[in-house]
Ligand binder design. Structure first.
Ligand code: TYM
Length: 335
């Protein structure tokens, strides 16, 4: 029996942080030998908010290199850049035409991001989830490993696929319905400066997140300054102590200990004892990633060849799905 297929992606907006790693990439790595995996750098999504043309290409390469540095293995996985495969844009247009407008205006992330943009909300920001649906549906993905914040976009993807199949499938499944793969732990890593807010690339405060490429002294500084509370003894799951829950969860996930082990270890600790422990754990989890990242970047032509192979392999699948969709919609074949 052939392996089930996975597709996921990250936007090349700035550096990757612990939320991206624990919510998504680490899970891609852990399960990869069980699946046929496709991981893209979603650079078309990156321009749905104001972006810097001078850094877009370099940021895209950096994310692809980080995928490798985090442990994506080319024996099981294909890495590619979204904009290198025109089928993503083309399928987006076709799906746009069957997607009711109110499905998009109802999206939580659209509403949140639109408020931040004020009067300059681009059509691309509204259409962002349709592009994401195209990313997934082009590859007949069975599962999509993401953080909690992408759940609604996956539901929309399924709704779009159901609608397409119903309207144009003539009883056949043209577009496969994907399942979200959201882990309970790490699916929503919170900001270091406010335990009620998600850790995010767009938070203006650098102190709110730990980036995968932060050097040890930056990690030490960020943890030293992170928000805590005046209570001694650290516990999970106290709604009055969101920062405490978040920091213990980070410690648990990065140390590989169980929740029970961490709960016992930390029940009598004060912040002054816990912070150095967390700092050391974060640094030892990120050091091998940073070393691998340097090695990938230093190997002349390596990343280019990975992305070239990725484009070829992913592009062939995407073209096939696009042809099926166009045929279902009644388009003539190109002459
Ligand atoms: P993006 O680039 O915002 O985030 C990439 C991945 O990281 C997860 N994530 C988090 N997980 C836990 N805690 C956090 N604080 C946190 N912040 C981010 C996200 O859930 C995501 O899995 N629209 C997507 C990218 C995308 C995509 C796709 C994903 C485009 N096409 C197709 C899957 C399949 C996004 O903006 O992710």
């Amino acid at each position: 029996m052939s392996k089930k297929r996975i597709l996921s992606g990250v936007q090349p907006t700035g550096n990757l942080h612990l939320g991206n790693y624990l919510g998504a990439i680490r899970n891609w790595v852990e399960g990869q030998s069980e699946y046929d995996n496709y991981f893209c750098v979603v650079d078309l999504h990156a321009i749905t908010v104001p972006h810097n043309p001078a850094t877009l290409a370099a940021d895209t390469y950096a994310i692809a290199a980080l995928y490798l540095a985090c442990g994506i293995d080319l024996e099981h996985s294909t890495i590619f850049v979204q904009s290198h495969i025109p089928a993503h844009s083309e399928l987006t247009w076709l799906l746009n035409c069957i997607t009711p407008l109110n499905w998009l205006t109802d999206m939580i992330q659209f509403k949140e991001k639109a408020v931040k943009q004020g009067e300059n909300v681009g059509t691309g920001l509204l259409d962002y989830p349709v592009l994401m649906a195209a990313d997934i549906l082009l590859y007949d993905a069975d599962k999509v490993p993401v953080g909690e914040d992408q759940k609604q976009h996956l539901e929309l993807t399924r709704d779009i696929a159901v609608r397409f199949n119903h309207l144009f499938g003539r009883g056949e499944t043209v577009l496969k319905l994907p399942e979200p793969l959201i882990r309970r732990e790490g699916a929503r890593v919170m900001s270091l400066t406010d335990g009620t807010n998600k850790m995010s690339k767009s938070d203006p405060s650098e102190l709110s997140r730990i980036n995968l490429l932060d050097p040890p002294e930056t990690i030490t500084k960020k943890i030293k300054r992170c928000k805590t509370d005046p209570v001694r003894g650290l516990t999970f799951d106290d709604p009055e102590r969101p920062e405490c829950h978040n920091l213990l969860t980070l410690y648990m996930l990065l140390s590989g200990k169980t929740k029970e082990e961490v709960a016992v270890e930390c029940q009598d600790l004060g912040w002054g004892q816990f912070k150095p422990l967390l700092t050391e754990t974060v640094i030892s989890a990120l050091t091998p990633i940073q070393e691998k990242y340097k090695a990938v970047r230093n190997e002349e032509g390596y990343l280019e060849s990975v992305l070239r192979d990725g484009r070829e392999k992913a592009g062939a699948i995407a073209e096939e799905t696009l042809a099926k969709v166009k045929s279902a919609l009644g388009y003539s074949k190109p002459l």
